[in-house]
Design a protein around this ligand. Structure first.
Ligand code: HEM
Length: 337
């Protein structure tokens, strides 16, 4: 009897265990029951990413890198492009505009304290002005078309609609690719023409200490052809221009000299350097136009008012006068109409 009872107890326990096991098996997703098989026909992309960290297949073309469809560095790059470049650009450019607006509100336009003299002095010859405007003109188009890549979708597309935005962006891409070449040439010429006047000099520290005289009316720390602030602009254009040129050429000719990681690094450098350089150039454009009376003429006609020159570049004026045999007015100074 005891034996019979224990047999039926065992049978009942087995039955119960079997039922519980069957319930579990039925409730478990099919994927978890089988070992992961990356070549299975119905394998999901999400599953592949979780298991392998990249989506890679087999290809029969010689370009081996084409077999990798998605990789972790690619997703990091996308986050960088959509978040880091976006916010670095937005904060630096809008921040700079805000600072300049505040500066204008407090200081107003910087005028010629002694008033225009009516006599002018040659500041930049026609070749210097040509180099400036070739570099500046191409830079402005490159900046606007580059900004379109990062911000256009949010700023222009809602205004123009997707069709017009596509056309504008395509034209912008061609402009960006081709105008890069005259810009690079401009940077090279700028370096050759102005480097000798942009090396650090003994008067730079005093100029910086005096805030360039920008914040106090009537303060005019001495400066040679370029003051310390302009030297910062010059080196920003040269070094930033070189960084943009190298990274831009890598992007323009993909995989010629680098791998996918190199392409991503080039894109990171290109995005961040351009965000910073555009913000700095906005300050330059402000001071070279609306921000300071008499400044634009230097790159317009090439002739600046003598009083402007004496206030902002006193040592340079003295040098020019010295060259002219200590004459009080250099030969290039002519009476304005
Ligand atoms: C509408 C835009 C621009 C205006 C109105 C402008 C105006 C000027 C002026 C008036 C000067 C001469 C300053 C002086 O006599 O001391 C100058 C110099 C210079 N500009 Fe521009 N500029 C513009 C855009 C640019 C751009 C986009 C770049 C570079 C990508 C650039 C690079 C330079 C450099 C390197 C100098 C010499 C250093 C300096 O004066 O800061 N400029 N610009």
């Amino acid at each position: 009897m005891k034996h019979v009872l224990s047999f039926s107890l065992r049978a009942a326990l087995f039955g119960l265990f079997g039922a519980v096991l069957a319930t579990f098996v039925a409730a478990t997703p099919a994927a978890a029951q089988q070992p992961f098989n990356p070549t299975a026909q119905a394998v999901k992309e999400e599953q592949l990413l979780q298991q392998l960290q990249q989506v890679q297949g087999r290809i029969s073309i010689p370009d081996a890198k084409a077999s990798v469809l998605i990789q972790p560095a690619g997703r990091e790059w996308r986050t960088f492009h959509n978040t880091t470049v976006f916010w670095t650009g937005a904060i630096s450019i809008l921040g700079m505009m805000g600072l300049l607006a505040a500066f204008y509100a407090v200081r107003g336009r910087i005028t010629i304290d002694a008033g225009p003299s009516g006599r002018t002095i040659l500041r930049f010859n026609s070749f210097e002005r040509f180099v400036h405007w070739m570099t500046a003109g191409t830079f402005i188009v490159l900046a606007l078309t580059g900004l379109n890549v990062v911000f256009g979708k949010y700023v222009l597309m809602p205004l123009f609609g997707p069709e017009a935005f596509t056309t504008v962006s395509l034209l912008g891409k061609y402009a960006h690719n081709y105008l890069a070449f005259p810009f690079m040439l401009g940077v090279v010429f700028m370096f050759l023409v102005w480097v000798k006047d942009n090396l650090p000099s003994s008067v730079d520290a005093a100029w910086i200490k005096a805030g360039g005289g920008l914040f106090v009316k009537g303060a005019h720390p001495p400066a040679k052809k370029f003051n310390a602030g302009q030297k910062v602009i010059f080196w920003t254009v040269i070094l930033g221009g070189v960084a943009l040129s190298i990274s831009g050429l890598i992007l323009l000719f993909p995989f010629y000299v680098t791998t996918i990681e190199g392409m991503q690094t080039a894109q990171i450098v290109h995005g961040l350097v351009s965000a910073v350089i555009v913000a700095i150039m906005i300050a330059h454009i402000y001071i070279g136009s609306v921000g300071m009376e008499g400044a634009f003429d230097a790159m317009g006609s090439g002739e600046v008012d003598l009083n402007w020159a004496k206030e902002h570049h006193s040592l340079w004026v003295a040098e020019e006068m010295g060259k002219a045999g200590n004459a009080k007015v250099p030969p290039s100074a002519v009476a304005a109409e």
